[in-house]
Design a protein. Sequence first.
Length: 219
Amino acid sequence: MKSKAFYRKLIKRVCIISLMLIVYHFAIRAWMLDWGAPKKIQELNLSGDHLTAKKWHTRAILIRSTPEKIWPWIMQLGQERGGFYSYTWLENIFLADMRNVYEIQSALQQPRMPGDTIWLANRRNYNGKGFQIVAEIIPNNSFVMVGGDDFKRIKRAEKVIGSWSIYLYPEDAESTWLIARSSGDEPFGTQVLRYITFEIPHFIMEQKMLRTIKSLAEK
């Protein structure tokens, strides 16, 4: 039979793991999901929100620049353009074949239109399914992306299940909030899978993207 000492150690370990999970879920995760965004930014009603079930989290960074100067960097987002200004070593672990372009290039500034494809990874990988589609784009203001199935839902006047949006929101004449808002209304099983496998890597990459664009735009 197992000794009492064994069960005491087991209970202790379970309690420690449970405490760590509670701290992560209610403190660390809450900070992570809305990283950098003050309450006023979290609560903004932004132009792409009407497409969603309004279940979102918001990350943001304040840039000492104007929307007009930041927008060209947003236009270069995409594996097929200038990358996502994040950790390419981490993105490429997930077979993204990513590279970043740290200068504005006219060849990467072609206007985006609703219905255009934004590649998240090399189109040869993931059976060609590693992409988002532009759902809304307003120059110097918003860049809203959704998956292929969600773009079909928009055409049917239905709410999307998930979206990823980039916004520029002026703070004053010299400063602008760069906002990344993600929405999700997936089935419970998908939410659990995202919780376990996606949220932390996505946070690491997205906050790096925001910080890099800030650095580039403030030069």
